[in-house]
Design a protein around this ligand. Structure first.
Ligand SMILES: Nc1ncnc2c1ncn2[C@@H]1O[C@H](COP(=O)(O)OP(=O)(O)OP(=O)(O)O)[C@@H](O)[C@H]1O
Ligand SMILES: [Mg+2]
Length: 294
């Protein structure tokens, strides 16, 4: 195996490189990343909202000094929006600028590089292993798009009829994320290495808060992490992610709170819960959530 396909020597290496980018990966995630990069497989990350799926790709691209190419999926996304399109309005202007007889002769030029609009997948194919491709929230796209993506991921090549074949010499690192609003297909999963990102342990979450919100005192970080862990155990509709813990800690520190009591929590609860019913429920058991009821 050559050097380029193994940017990290060990799982520890992976964890340290990500830590240098302020991302704390646990051992399981470190193994998944190490394997995906070494075996040239896409890494499929699933997990609840805000557990740090998208951030893996960002931290990885920074750690590897590779360009991050992001394909944000959404309902109705299709191949041309993901791969390439022709710039129709520029083509039209070009045609108008030509005399009628010239236009016929120059028709081929209208489908040249200067009229091609590169979308993330084509950019990733061209960039090859100098990029990290993030396919974010694939569960939002429909089945058809998923099948198309699978095709691209197996070849890392595309034939543009007017231009020719474009192929990656070496595939980019690929991170795919899903919030599991629908199940992805087995065919796609089979091609990937899979890792489920769980909510972090209490100690890990404190550490993450300290890294991401360094102005927050240790004790406050601990209280926030503990309170968020308790909220997650309640029957809330939207369990807060790590992102919310960080936001909450920022908000509390900004308001000058040095401890999480019922009053401070009540005033800043909107940083951690974004659902009206959830807010009401947690408000009614604030003392228990902040751990001040003994
Ligand atoms: N392990 C971690 N180490 C450091 N920061 C983290 C970690 N996990 C999450 N974060 C922080 O939480 C924020 C949210 O993470 P991210 O956006 O990656 O979550 P997500 O799983 O993609 O969420 P969503 O499903 O809502 O898209 C990040 O910006 C980052 O600051
Ligand atoms: Mg995300």
């Amino acid at each position: 195996m050559n050097e380029r396909s193994r940017p990290f020597q060990s799982v520890d290496d992976v964890q340290q490189a990500l830590r240098d980018q302020s991302y704390l990966a646990d051992h399981g995630l470190g193994v998944a990343i190490h394997l995906a990069l070494s075996l040239d497989k896409p890494l499929l990350l699933e997990g609840e909202a805000g557990v740090g799926k998208t951030e893996v790709a960002k931290a990885l691209s920074a750690a590897l000094s590779r360009r991050l190419i992001r394909l944000q999926c959404y309902e109705g996304i299709d191949a041309s929006q993901a791969l390439y399109e022709w710039d129709y309005s520029r083509q039209l202007i070009a045609v108008r600028a030509l005399q009628a007889e010239d236009a016929a002769r120059h028709l081929g030029d209208l489908f040249g590089e200067q009229f091609l609009v590169e979308r993330p997948l084509l950019a990733a194919i061209r960039a090859g292993d100098s990029a990290v491709l993030l396919v974010d929230e694939l569960d939002r796209a429909d089945d058809e798009f998923e099948a198309f993506l699978l095709e691209v991921l197996s070849e890392f090549a595309v034939t543009i009829p007017e231009i020719g074949r474009v192929a990656a010499a070496r595939p980019p690192a690929v991170v795919i994320t899903s919030n599991r609003t629908r199940e992805l297909h087995d065919a796609l999963k089979r091609r990937c290495l899979y890792h489920w990102i769980d909510h972090p342990t209490l100690e890990r979450e404190v550490e993450i808060i300290r890294v991401r919100a360094p102005e927050v005192p240790e004790e406050l970080a601990q209280q926030v992490a503990a309170a968020v862990a308790r909220i997650r155990q309640l029957d809330v509709a939207k369990r807060p992610g790590v992102a919310e813990s960080i936001d909450w800690a920022h908000a509390l520190a900004f308001l000058g709170a040095d401890a999480l009591d019922g009053e401070a929590a009540g005033a800043t609860l909107g940083a951690v819960l974004k659902d009206h019913e959830d807010l009401e429920m947690v408000r009614s058991s604030l003392a228990r959530v902040v751990g001040s009821d003994g």
